[in-house]
Design a protein around this ligand. Structure first.
Ligand SMILES: Nc1ncnc2c1ncn2[C@@H]1O[C@H](COP(=O)(O)OP(=O)(O)OP(=O)(O)O)[C@@H](O)[C@H]1O
Length: 679
């Protein structure tokens, strides 16, 4: 297989070199050549990424046929199949076969390859037959993957995707799919493998781009290596600031962020923009050709037809200008015709007959021209229309009724208009409303970003960059306005949405998936729930259950497949926290040198801990940012402080309790000397 991999790489390299060296005539041909070279580069990149564990599985059927499964598909020179891509239909039994339903598979083999050598083989016999000397039945690769060290970067799991996960990854559903489940059930793993599957199996969707949206950059860094290691580099990873192209530089009270995240805030923006469009007013237009007043009903009709295409306030303004100028020219034409005929009548009254004066002698052609001379034949109305479209005076009058706007200005205007805010956010106190205004000049907050995106859509029209498929991770975090921001980027509504409502943060405004999706795909989405926890041991999960019972009593409880030590609870004096952490980290790292320790604390406590002398074996994470992350060991510092820090404090604590793969330690802080240091 590696021989064929090398041969394919060098074949592609040769074609590429030939193309580079060939001469092309004209821009069209050059574009076609560049596109072909880019395609070859992508194919080459994919083959290079397949180098690491090229083949990781093998299926042997009860009928004696076998199939190798790996990162890419490969054929021999004579065309027979050597290796099947893990996403191909033929690979499905590798993930779907079970003891209860072996799908014709006798043996499923996991192969581990390092530096092109097989270093481990592990078999499962699925059809009930007796293992032979040729079978290597032992501890499964899933268990070894799960108990492996956590180094701060998520790893792909194409080799060990489990059946309930694989059903989602390989689903034929092309619309919106929601995947929920408790912490550690593999929602992120499923979402990322789904992205890889979409790229492979739905080429027309993939062509339009795939976006993976995550809550913050720390999380994106954590998952950043999964897709490349699956051979997929054509996926964009983004957070809200990336999508909007603006950084959030200011924090604000959760209640304010929540209010800004509601639909009603978007509606207030829309009203603000509508108020900058003419409603029920007449337009007085003065031109070199005369003065015209367009009455309110014609102005309203022009406004309605300009807005019909949903192209945004500024571009609709240009259409409005065109409608106004059309009406204006019609009006001028009629005025002129009337003036000429009035003039003729006056002349007739004093005995002058224009028709007779201009009449040609008998024998001349085109008697019609004589008729039309009185209709203003010499006036080129098309040219006048063009002139008026570029006329600064008309532009000024239209701008008075329909000004060009900037999204930033409109949002600032709303944020500094206490009356409009009070109408849009009836739940906020006067104090909060006032604070919004005084903070607005100091930069944007996180919640402002979605509002800015909304204002841009209203003013500048649909976003330019859209995607064929959008994956949303930690989706419980999104506000209604953020849902709109994402939907705007996925007009085809092909999405994979993963999240866990029990882990929702303080600024979430939705209460359920139906609530979130109803405005976009009411009732038309698939829903899956994952049930097995692959992260924490059963002991750690058990310790988190009382909290889950308080947060989401109706949530189906997941179960863990691994066991380990019971969580530890310690008490230390405030002044000894850093010394205790040093000690705990050192002890854990001694036993598990490659495993990262996550120290999770209330946001306000983080700087104090970071100021300590922790080595690189540990990272300090503010509790609200711990969503989605995972560590070998987790030390929770002062759970009460985490719980009390925000409206979502209890859920933050639940998230913190479910991040560890091996050990969970909780440090309670006391100012008394009675603290018990870990002994
Ligand atoms: N099939 C699998 N094979 C190997 N590892 C897996 C598999 N499924 C999940 N895992 C591992 O289990 C851990 C938890 O998975 P993941 O982070 O996707 O869960 P999650 O449901 O997104 O969790 P949370 O809700 O806490 O963010 C990760 O380390 C992941 O790599």
């Amino acid at each position: 297989m590696y021989g064929r991999l090398d041969a394919e790489k060098s074949d592609i390299g040769a074609v590429r070199a030939r193309l580079m060296g060939s001469s092309v005539d004209g821009a069209e041909a050059r574009r076609a050549r560049d596109a072909e070279i880019a395609r070859l580069d992508r194919a080459l990149g994919r083959l290079q990424l397949a180098e690491r564990s090229l083949c990781f599985g093998r299926l042997d059927s009860s009928a004696g046929e076998s199939l190798h499964i790996g990162r890419v598909g490969l054929r021999s020179e004579s065309g027979e199949i050597l290796l099947v891509d893990w996403r191909a239909e033929a690979s499905r039994p590798f993930y779907a076969a079970t003891l209860a339903s072996p799908l014709g598979v006798r043996r499923r083999r996991h192969v581990r390859v390092e530096a092109r050598r097989i270093v481990d083989v592990s078999d499962e016999i699925l059809d009930g037959s007796i293992p032979t000397a040729m079978d290597a039945v032992g501890d499964g690769p899933l268990v070894s993957a799960l108990s492996g060290a956590r180094t701060g970067r998520m790893r792909e799991a194409a080799t060990t995707l489990q059946r309930e996960q694989d059903d989602v990854v390989r689903s034929e559903h092309r619309g919106v799919m929601v995947v929920d489940g408790g912490p550690g059930t593999g929602k992120t793993i499923v979402a990322l493998h789904r992205a890889a599957y979409v790229l492979y199996a739905f080429p027309t969707i993939a062509e339009r781009g795939v976006l993976v949206f995550g809550p913050n950059r720390r999380f994106l860094a954590y998952i950043s290596e999964v897709l490349p290691s699956l051979g997929e580099n054509d996926v964009e990873l983004a957070t809200a600031p990336d999508l909007v192209g603006v950084e959030a530089t200011r924090s604000e009270p959760d209640a304010v962020a929540r209010a800004k995240g509601r639909r009603s805030f978007g509606d207030a923006l829309a009203r603000m923009v509508q108020e900058r469009q003419p409603h029920g007013v007449a337009l007085r237009l003065t031109t070199a050709h005369g003065q015209v007043v367009l009455d309110a009903s014609r102005v309203d009709a022009a406004r309605r037809s300009a807005l019909q295409g949903g192209i945004g306030h500024n571009r609709a303004r240009n259409l409005f200008l065109e409608h106004v100028v059309d009406d204006l020219v019609n009006e001028l034409e009629q005025q002129t015709a009337k003036e000429i005929s009035d003039f003729e009548d006056e002349l007739k009254d004093i005995g002058v007959d224009l028709d007779r004066m201009f009449a040609r002698r008998p024998g001349d052609h085109e008697p019609d021209d004589i008729e039309s001379s009185s209709d203003g034949l010499d006036i080129d109305w098309d040219r006048i229309r063009d002139d008026l479209l570029g006329d600064a005076g008309i532009d000024r009058i239209v701008s008075g009724a329909w000004p060009r706007l900037r999204a930033e200005d409109v949002l600032r205007e709303l944020l500094t208009d206490p009356d409009a805010l009070a109408r849009a956010m009836p739940e906020l106190s006067g104090e909060h409303i006032a604070s919004i205004g005084s903070e607005a000049e100091k930069g944007w907050s996180r919640a402002d970003l979605a509002a800015l995106d909304e204002a841009r859509a209203l003013i500048d029209g649909p976003v330019e960059t859209t995607y064929g498929h959008v994956v949303v991770d930690e989706a419980q975090q999104l506000s209604e306005m953020e849902w709109r921001m994402l939907m705007r980027r996925c007009p085809s509504r092909s999405m994979t949405i993963v999240g866990d409502l029990a882990q929702a943060g303080p600024t979430t405004t939705i209460t359920g998936w139906e609530d979130a999706l109803e405005p976009f795909v009411a009732g038309r989405y698939a829903h899956h729930t994952l049930t097995v926890n692959y992260r924490t041991t059963a002991e750690i999960l058990d310790a988190a259950m009382p909290l889950l019972a308080r947060i989401a009593p109706s949530q189906r409880i997941s179960y863990s497949i691994r066991h380990g030590g019971a969580p530890t609870y310690l008490t230390v004096a405030d002044t000894d926290v850093n010394a205790a952490l040093d000690d705990l980290v050192a002890r854990f790292r001694n036993e598990h040198p490659d495993d990262l320790v996550g120290i999770i604390a209330a946001t306000r406590r983080v700087p104090g801990i970071e100021g300590g002398s922790l080595g690189d074996g540990a990272v300090v994470v503010p509790a609200p940012d711990a969503r989605g992350l995972e560590f070998g060991a987790v030390i929770i510092v002062d759970p009460d402080e985490i719980e009390g820090e925000s409206d979502a404090g209890l859920r933050d604590l639940y998230v913190a309790q479910t991040r560890a793969t091996k050990r969970l330690i909780t440090l309670t802080i006391t100012s008394a000397d009675a603290a018990v240091l870990p002994g």
